[in-house]
Ligand binder design. Structure first.
Ligand code: ADP
Ligand code: MG
Length: 632
């Protein structure tokens, strides 16, 4: 066979049903598309007027949505540019030819357009819910005659002159089909307008509402107040001037707070906010709010709403916005976010990736700025958003690098430090023989109170890492700073917690130490328990139970779902550390009665377990009985 070249044949009869059925995942977006077209038509007219190309009266520019249940129709009416019959043929009859795109191209020198349309497909979404669609339109161009286009969802259409249309603009009439009668219901329409059109830039009217005003008669009620009376007024469903499109310089704190209330009527006031305003290398505006987050249960995801030119796109921002940013609330608007179609498309989009990187940077910059501007106010709020910063640090590399400048540590005296400041504070007292600065922390200030007390007496400081993400956060800090070691305050005897390489003289002889170890081995006898003996300070406890820091941390991580199940399943290892310099050590060796010796050792061991909250059940009962016995 010889080489053949040609072009793929597209049969419109076949492609049309595919567009109707598969292009949009959701039927309901037809209303968003048609109202967006009405907004575009209005925006174009305003642009033409300001360029002097349209010289007529603009009049009051608004969009109206009307449902007629008896006729089974839903209409979207605008007072925008309208279309001539030729334009209908060009823009409507040719699928995927976008008049919006063409307009933007023609007028690109006139600056930012705000035109929503792009792909030339939105109009056809009407056929997802309508068995017949009708366009009645009159162009703004002087001397135009009205035109009417109808189509029943096949590839056949009619266009005819329509002189009855005497008002400039376009009316789209959908004859809703049997399966989609829900779209004639008042509550459904209101819901959709509220969801997709809430911040569109042209006023949108839908139905009437009752507003209460002072009665014009001036009559008073029994309490002496002027009587109120209800009047029917047009119901406008949108706020055409949301604050994120304004310049931050014309906004006050109250405006940001009021907008937050508008978005989330039930929420507590936000801690602070970031006004995003970028025009290079992409267009992005928005306001992101920091809610108060105290614990994981309060984390509210899906609170960020994504807009494109003020048209709502989605509030399922998972996979679009970095996980930790989902804790923020508010609005992101970018015409560079495609007003599309499917989420997988959105995720793969390069612009979306750039946008998330940029937002991450902005959030970090803002936090640093707040920290520098008013440290006291920042510290006061830290407990309410520290979790957010830690989450960002452990989950997002770009954020992590910046976060050390404004992330805070708190110690048990409720003082706040950056990592740098804290290292400076503890350096002198808490540097070990390998020249690492050793940070001591408590994961539970109440339970570990005796250990904290001991550490402080030694001149050490203790930080609080008692939050839900702190195990991860500790790992993060150590990974960022190789000169830093972080150890839980009860992880070792105080003498050994920070190993400064000083060896103490032993009071007992080597043989005595061996004997003592043997005595213990005799009755503890548990393969997961290791017995060590060391000459520590006489002030240290006689017996200390140690859970090695590293192992304990691995276990904690695996419990939190850190993917290290191996450690989760390992039995817990303990070290029983005997302080051979404690005067009880010498006492034990002097006891000759075996029974008495055993009771003495058991008592010491149980006390050590008790101080670690590890003595329970039968063992606890035995301890109490034995103690009572001894007191006799
Ligand atoms: P897009 O909006 O992406 O260009 P659509 O399929 O939504 O694609 O619309 C196609 C074109 O039809 C628009 O670009 C516009 O030129 C024209 N059009 C649609 N609705 C209106 C309207 N209400 N008024 C004027 N022109 C309209
Ligand atoms: Mg459109």
């Amino acid at each position: 066979m010889s080489t053949m070249k040609g072009s793929i044949q597209v049969n419109t009869e076949n492609i049309f049903p595919i567009i109707k059925k598969f292009l949009y995942s959701d039927h309901e977006i037809f209303l968003r598309e048609l109202v967006s077209n009405a907004v575009d038509a209005t925006t174009k007219l305003k642009a033409l007027s300001s360029l002097g190309e349209f010289k007529g009266e603009l009049g009051e520019l608004f969009i109206e949505v009307k449902a007629d249940k008896t006729a089974g129709t839903l209409s979207i009416i605008d007072r925008g540019v309208g279309m001539t019959a030729e334009e209908i043929d060009k823009y409507i009859n040719q699928i995927a030819f976008s008049g919006a795109e063409e307009f933007v191209q023609n007028y690109k020198d006139a600056g930012e357009s705000g035109i929503i349309g792009h792909f030339g497909l939105g109009f056809y979404s009407a056929f997802m819910v309508a068995k017949q669609v009708e366009i009645r339109t009159l162009s703004h161009k002087e001397g135009s005659v009205g035109a009417r286009w109808t189509c029943d969802g096949s590839t056949e259409f009619t266009i005819e002159p329509f002189e009855e249309k005497t008002e400039r603009g376009t009316e789209i009439i959908l004859h809703i089909d049997q399966e989609n009668q829900e779209f004639l219901e008042d509550s459904r329409i209101s819901g959709l307008l509220g969801k997709y059109c809430r911040f569109l830039p042209v006023p949108i009217k839908y139905g009437k509402k009752t507003e209460y005003i002072d009665d014009p008669s001036g009559e008073k009620d029994e309490n002496g107040n002027v009587k109120r009376t209800g009047i029917e007024v047009d119901n406008y469903v949108n706020n055409p001037n949301p604050i994120w499109r304004k310049s931050p310089s014309e906004l006050k704190d109250e405006d940001y707070k009021a907008f937050y209330q508008e978005l989330y009527p039930m929420a507590e006031p936000p801690l602070f906010w970031i006004h995003l305003n970028v025009d290079y290398p992409f267009n992005l505006t928005g306001v992101l709010y920091f809610p108060k987050v105290k614990n994981e249960l309060e984390l509210q995801r899906n609170k960020i709403q994504l807009y494109s030119n003020q048209v709502f796109v989605t509030d399922e921002v998972k996979d679009i916005v970095p996980e930790f940013l989902m804790l923020l609330h508010g609005v992101i608007d970018s015409p560079d976010i495609p007003l599309n179609v499917s989420r997988s498309f959105l995720q793969a989009d390069q612009n979306v990736k750039k946008i998330t990187g940029h937002i991450t940077k902005k959030v970090a910059d803002k936090l640093e700025e707040l920290f520098k501007a008013d440290r006291e106010a920042y510290q006061e709020k830290w407990d309410s958003f520290g979790l957010f910063v830690k989450y960002g640090s452990v989950s997002e590399e770009k954020f992590a690098d910046k976060s050390l400048k404004f992330a805070l540590l708190t110690n048990t005296d409720k003082e706040y430090f950056t990592l740098e400041e804290y290292k400076e504070k503890i350096k002198a007292a808490q540097t070990d023989k390998e020249n690492k600065v050793v940070m001591l922390y408590t994961s539970n200030p109440k339970m570990q109170a005796p250990f904290i007390e001991t550490a402080k007496k030694r001149g050490y400081d203790v930080v609080n890492f008692d939050g839900p993400l702190d195990t991860h956060y500790i790992g993060f800090l150590e990974s960022k700073d190789s000169d830093l070691k972080i150890i839980r305050v009860d992880a070792d005897a105080i003498d050994k917690l920070i190993d400064k390489g000083e060896k103490r003289e032993s009071v007992l002889s080597d043989a005595q130490v061996e004997a003592l170890k043997n005595d213990f081995t005799g009755f503890i006898n548990n393969e997961n328990t290791e017995i060590q003996a060391e000459p520590l300070s006489p002030d240290d406890h006689f017996i200390t139970i140690i859970k090695p820091e590293w192992e304990r941390r691995m276990k904690e991580m695996s419990q939190m779902g850190g993917g290290m199940d191996f450690y989760g399943m390992m039995p817990e290892r303990r070290v029983v550390l005997i302080n051979t310099n404690h005067n009880l050590a010498s006492r034990v060796e002097q006891l000759s009665d075996a029974e008495q010796k055993k009771a003495f050792l058991s008592q010491s061991y149980d006390l050590a377990l008790l101080s670690q909250h590890m003595l329970e059940g039968e063992a606890l009962e035995r301890f109490i009985r034995r103690t009572e016995e001894m007191m006799k």
